[in-house]
Design a protein around this ligand. Sequence first.
Ligand SMILES: N[C@@H](CCC(=O)N[C@@H](CS)C(=O)NCC(=O)O)C(=O)O
Length: 218
Amino acid sequence: MADLRVHRIVGSPYAGRVALAAAHKHLTVAWVDVDPDDRRAVRRLSGQDRVPVAEAPDGGPPLVGSMAILRALDDHWPTRPLWPTDPGDAALADLFARRFDDVWHGPAQRLAELLAPVGHDRDALPDRWRRAVDDDAARLQRWNDRLEERLLDADHLGGPTFGICDVVAHPFLRHGALGPDGAPGALPIVLHRHGTIDRAAHPRLHAWVRRVEDLHAA
Ligand SMILES: N[C@@H](CCC(=O)N[C@@H](CS)C(=O)NCC(=O)O)C(=O)O
């Protein structure tokens, strides 16, 4: 029997966070694949439509959203922790995790909403929206530059060891280095084309994507 039962949409980076954390902790997950167009079972289980949703390991109410699931994983299986043990470092890691979705996923989601309807052809957009695309693409590249700087003196985004910052960021950033990789939807395409992590421009970030990928595959 698996350690954890998680409802997900296949290819979702939020479910990817749970998969990565489980791999790190050597836990097994029974995945329940949700049809994006039919959320009735998720609603019955959790009272809302979004996934991932995990059935709580202690028999409590279901855990809704990647961060709630990751926190519960760390509480229930503290070996190979995700959050740093030092409270100050843990607070900074929390801040990173909470802000990541705003500063990184935000621009990528806006790009996906603008570009998917025109087949990812920026030039098919009116002037004003082309400028918005260029601004958000530049934002993603600036964040890649910052993360590259972060890795100048650390192997992982939160410090010397693998942890929650890597878990939060990797499922999104991996597409910048590895391509859409068969994941459905517009987001992976956008992350690949506009959040590109080029080996020459971002060598440390590129190597970090590979390192974390290998951990997941192990
Ligand atoms: N903040 C949530 C976001 C989850 C999320 O947006 N999930 C998407 C699938 S990738 C979803 O279920 N969207 C449903 C909707 O937008 O109605 C998390 O960290 O898990």
